[in-house]
Design a protein around this ligand. Structure first.
Ligand SMILES: C=CC1=C(C)c2cc3[nH]c(cc4nc(cc5[nH]c(cc1n2)c(C)c5CCC(=O)O)C(CCC(=O)O)=C4C)c(C)c3C=C
Ligand SMILES: [Fe+2]
Length: 437
């Protein structure tokens, strides 16, 4: 079970000062105040650490008695400044909002620079658990940072709108059409993209409103999608999350400890075709994938497991063992047939079946109610990260398009591709190297 931490209570007067100090030296503060670190590997099925926030890191005024115990969920904090933007390698969060913006008519490079400056300042404050600098809505009042991350990206059209075509990475070229695509253009792409994730729904909504208000007259929302994952602490021990088909999803995600993780997920400092401003950045492919749950749920357990090639109960490969046991692709049954079917999703998406193509999957589930015909509008906000979409998502999706057993039960309804620059250094805003370079 995750360790719990109880930060000190704050007062309104001391909040801002402590927050600044904490954002500069989170681990040192955390250690000195005995605040725990909690890995989110279980819910992520993959990746990084979120630091337990220092006791003084949360900037809202304290509760009346001065005793405001935050669970570790509330006090966990991701850092805004760093080599990479937050929201890529951290564990999955319980609540997510994806928002694409289009620049307003007349808004260009100058207005975008001002917007990214505002957005970055807001992200830094909110991720530290502080209120917005202006007109805070109080929605996140009393809560800690709750692992909030805010991530910013640029779409293909951004560079045309701002006259920055020469800085547009080749990797942002539109994704190819796939035969199974049923894409809604009004819910696809966009000039700018913001990903918000937090382990508390109010903290996430608070950030969403702040980001939308910061956009002011410079940009308007093109589309918004809302998602969720399992809440940390809901299971008896940290586990890979499940999706809305009930499968354990995320088992074979690349891990930051893998030797080739950085090379696969992040643009290198040199030696790639990317413009310099994309150094340490990554490309996000976003797909809204509807699950055809009425059809899926009619399948027997055996049929469902054959579609994926893994057991539903514990995520183990059909070739045996436990969740982490390597899949034996060659194992056959008494009839000489592969126990992991040749079109099983988890067989055909493996890097070794795709020339090494690998992605970091960091999705949210979504449920937007029931359609007029009684069908649930639910599925996966599939977000994957890679150093180059042509060596990640594209070859994988081509393969899936040709014969994935899962494809009968899903429908790709919206798509986006965004260049997500590296993290902002102290005193910098996200995208500064592009906008002022
Ligand atoms: C183009 C890439 C992928 C899409 C689109 C995609 C959609 C999708 N996947 C699941 C459920 C599972 N996927 C699993 C593994 C898996 N999927 C992809 C890629 C895409 N999935 C990869 C690269 C992998 C890992 C392959 C490997 O290296 O072994 C699994 C198995 C467990 C796991 O490893 O995560 C499940 C379950 C759904 C439901 C879905 C669309 C809605
Ligand atoms: Fe998958």
């Amino acid at each position: 079970m995750a360790e719990r931490s109880i930060p000190e209570a704050r007062t309104a007067a001391g909040a801002g000062k402590d927050a600044d100090a904490a954002s500069r030296a989170p681990s040192a503060q955390g250690a000195s105040r005995g605040v725990s670190r909690r890995t989110l590997l279980g819910t992520a099925g993959a990746t990084g650490l979120v630091l337990g926030a220092a006791g003084g890191a949360v900037g809202y005024a304290a509760a009346p008695s001065g005793a405001t115990p935050l669970t570790s969920v509330g006090s966990d904090r991701a850092m805004f400044h760093g080599k990479h933007q937050p929201g890529i390698t951290e564990g999955l969060q319980a609540k997510g909002h994806l928002v694409a913006f289009d620049l307003a008519a007349g808004a260009g490079r100058k207005e975008t620079a001002a917007l990214l400056r505002r957005w970055s300042a807001t992200a830094e404050r909110l991720m530290a658990g502080e209120p917005s600098a202006h007109d805070d809505t109080d929605v996140a009042r009393d809560a800690g940072p709750s692992s909030l991350t805010i991530t910013f990206g640029f779409g293909h059209s951004f560079f045309t709108r701002t006259g920055l075509e020469k800085q547009r990475p080749v990797s942002l070229d539109p994704l190819p059409d796939f035969s199974s695509d049923r894409l809604d253009p009004s819910r696809s792409n966009g000039d700018l993209w913001v990903q918000i994730g937090a382990d508390d729904a109010l903290v996430a909504f608070h950030a969403l409103r702040a980001i939308q208000k910061d956009a002011g007259s410079a940009a308007r929302v093109r589309w918004q999608m809302n998602g969720f994952n399992r809440t940390p602490g809901a299971t008896a021990h940290p586990m890979t999350t499940r999706n809305l088909m009930g499968q354990i999803d995320g088992t074979r995600n690349p891990k930051p400890s893998d030797a080739d993780f950085d090379r696969r997920i992040f643009v290198p400092a040199s030696g790639s075709n990317d413009p310099a401003w994309m150094r340490n950045g990554s490309y996000a492919v976003v797909r809204r994938i509807r699950m055809l749950l009425d059809d899926w749920e009619k399948l027997t357990l055996h049929a469902q497991e054959n579609v994926i090639g893994r057991r539903k109960s514990d995520g183990a490969a059909l070739s045996g063992g436990t969740e982490k046991t390597p899949m034996d692709l060659d194992k056959t049954d008494a009839k000489g047939e592969y126990v992991v079917p040749v079109n099983a999703h988890a067989r055909i998406t493996r890097p070794d079946q795709n020339g090494g193509a690998a992605i970091l999957r960091r999705p949210f589930s979504f449920h937007d109610g029931i359609d007029a015909d009684g069908v649930p509008d639910a599925g996966l906000l599939f977000i994957c990260w890679q150093a180059d979409p042509l060596r990640g998502f594209v070859p994988l999706q081509r393969k899936l398009d040709r014969g994935d057993a899962l494809s009968k039960y899903i429908r790709h309804e919206a798509s986006g591709l965004f260049a997500v620059p590296g993290g902002a250094a102290e005193g910098e805003y996200v995208g500064q190297r592009l906008l002022e370079g």
